[in-house]
Design a protein. Sequence first.
Lengths: 216, 455
Amino acid sequence: MRQTRVLLADDHTLIRAGLRLVVDQEPEFTVVGEAADGRQAVALAQQLKPDIVVMDVGMPGLNGIEACRQIRENLPDTQVVMLSMHSDEGYVLRALKAGARAYLLKDSAEADLARAIRAASEGKSFFSPAVGKVLLEDYMRKLERTGAEDSYELLSPREREILQLVAEGKSSKEIAHLLNLSVHTVETHRARVMQKLNLRGIPELTLYAVRKGIIS
Amino acid sequence: MSPEKSNLPAADDEWPSPRLRWVLLGAFLGLLALIFVSGAAATRTLREMHQQEQDARRALAERAQMLSSLSISIEVYNEDIGRYVGYPPEKSDPQVRQQLDRLTENIESQLNSYPGRRQREESDFLEAIQELYRRHLQLYRSALAASVAPQARSQILTMRTELLDWSGRLNAWNGRQLHSSDEALLSEFSRLQANLTGSLSIALGAGLLLVIASMAYILRLERQTRNRYRELAQSRHELERLSSRLVDAQEEERRSISRELHDEVGQSLGALLVDLGRLSTNLPADSAEIRERIDRMKSLAERTVGTVRDIALLLRPSMLDDLGLVAALEWQGREVSRRSQMEVAVESANVSGDLPDEYKICVYRLVQEALNNAVRHARARNAKVRVAGGANGIEIEVSDDGQGFDPQRSRGLGILGMEERVKRLGGSLAVRSAPGQGTVLKAELPLPVIAGTPA
C-alpha cells in the first residue's frame, strides 16, 4: 500500500514533536519533513512534493495561510490541513480561500488529525467539530438578532443534496455520476444554489455548509 | 550643575519685583504733578503781570491828565494875572478879578486831587510846586491889595516861569516812570520765561528718563514672556512625545507579553494536550480510572489553553499579524457580537493589505474602544464599523444606536486615549452624539508617504 507522505510545518518544536507522534502512530502515514516557518514549508513542499502539508496558521516570516496559497498554486496535488488556535470565521474562510482542505483546532488536533489527513488525502473537506459549532452559533445569532430569513429554506431538496456534495469536495462530474444526472444539470443546480444563498465561490459555499452543520 | 537645577530659580529671580512697578507709577505721577504746578505758577505770574501793567497805565493816564489840566490852569492864570497886574487898580476889570479867584480855586482843587499814592520823588515835585504856588498866591494877593511895584511885577513873572518849569519837570518824571514800569514788566517777563524754560526742561528730562526706564521694564517683561512661552511650548511638546512614547511602549509591552504567552505557555500546553491524548488512546482497555484522570487533566489543560489564548488575543490580536487589519476587525466584530447583546457589522473597502503596524494597531484599538463604549456605556443593540481606504488615507467610522451622550459635557478617558493615538499619526477624530441619538465616531488617518522606505 502506498503511504501518505506528510510534511509538518509549525514554528514550535514541542508541537511538531507531538504532531509527529500522532502521525507516526498511523501505519499508512509517514512524516517526510518538518518546517519551522512558512518560507521553509514552501521550500520543503516544493522539494519533497508531499501528499499532505499539516500547517500552523500563525508562523513568523510567512504565515500559514500565505504559505498554503503558494503551495496550492505550485503543487495542485498537495493538500493542506490547516492547524489553528482560532475557530473564527475569518480564519476558516481565508484558509479555505487559500486552498486548504481541512481546518483543525489545535485543542483537538490530537484526536482529529488522523481523520483530517485521511479526508484531505481523499480530496474531501474536514473541519474540527468545534469550528462548525462556532460558525453555526454565529450564523444563528445573526439571523435571530437581525431578523433575517434563513436562506437555506429557499433551497429545494435536490439543491440541498448538491450543496452538500459540493461542500464535501466532490466535482460536478462525480456528483453527476452519484446522482445519476447529467453534468449540465448538476452545474445548473449548483449555480442556482450559489445565487439563492448569495455566495461567491466554493470556499464560501463550504463555509456555509459547515456553518449549517451540513458537513463537518 | 544640571541645567534643570540652574534654570528654574534663575527664571524666578528674573521676574520683576512689584516694587519696581510702584516706583515707576510714582515717578509718572510726580512728573504729572511737576508739569501741573509749573503750569499753574506760570499762569498766575502772567495774570499778575497783566494786572501790574494795567495799573501802571491807568496811573500814568490819570497823572498825565491831571498835569495837563494843571498846566493849562496855571497858564491861563498867569496870563490873566499878567494882564491884571499890568494895570493900575482903578482900571482893572472886576470881572478879571473874579476869574482869577475861580482859577485859584481850580488850581488848588487840582493839586489836592492829585493821586494820593505817590512815590517820594513825585511827592517832592508836588511839594515844590505847591510851595511855589503858595508863594505865588501870596505875592498875587499882596499885589491885588496895593499898587504893584515894578520889581514885584517882574517877580511874579519869574515865578510864573518857574511854576511852569516845575510842572514840566513833573511831567517828564511821569514819562520816565512809565518807561521804568515797562522795564520792570519786561524783566518780570523774562524771569517768567526762564522759570518756565527751567521747569519745562526738568519735566522733559524726567519724562525722558521715565520713558527709558519704562521701555527697559517692558522689554524685560517681553523677554520673560517670550521665554515662558518657549518653555511652555517645549514642555507641551515633550509631554506629547512622552505620551506617544507611552502608547508605543504599552503596545510593545502588550505584544511581547502576548507573544510570550502564546509561544511559551500556549505551546507547552498544546504539547501537553497532544501527549495526554496519545497517552489515553494508548492505555490498556482495563485502566478506566487512569483514563478518567487523564481526561480531567486534558479538559483542565484545554480550559487553560482557552484562557491563555483569550488573554493573548486581548493583548495583541494575532489576526493583525496573520490576516491583516480587515480580518482582525471582522473578527473583533464577531467577538463582540458573541460576548454581548450588540450585533456588529463590519464593512471595509480599499484597505491596503500592507499598512504599517502602528496604523493597523491604531485603527484596531480605536474600533475596540468605540465598540467597548457602545456596549458598556451606550447599551447599543447594533453597531456598524466602516473602514475605507482612499487616496489620502484611511477613514474609520463607528456608529451605534445606543443612548448617546453630550460630547461637549462628557469626554471620557477612552475618547481622550483615541484622540491621542489618532493625533500621533497626524489624524483627526470627531465624535458626534446626543442623548438618545446614538453615537458616530469618525476618524481620519493620513497615510504615511511610502517611497520605497519600509515604515
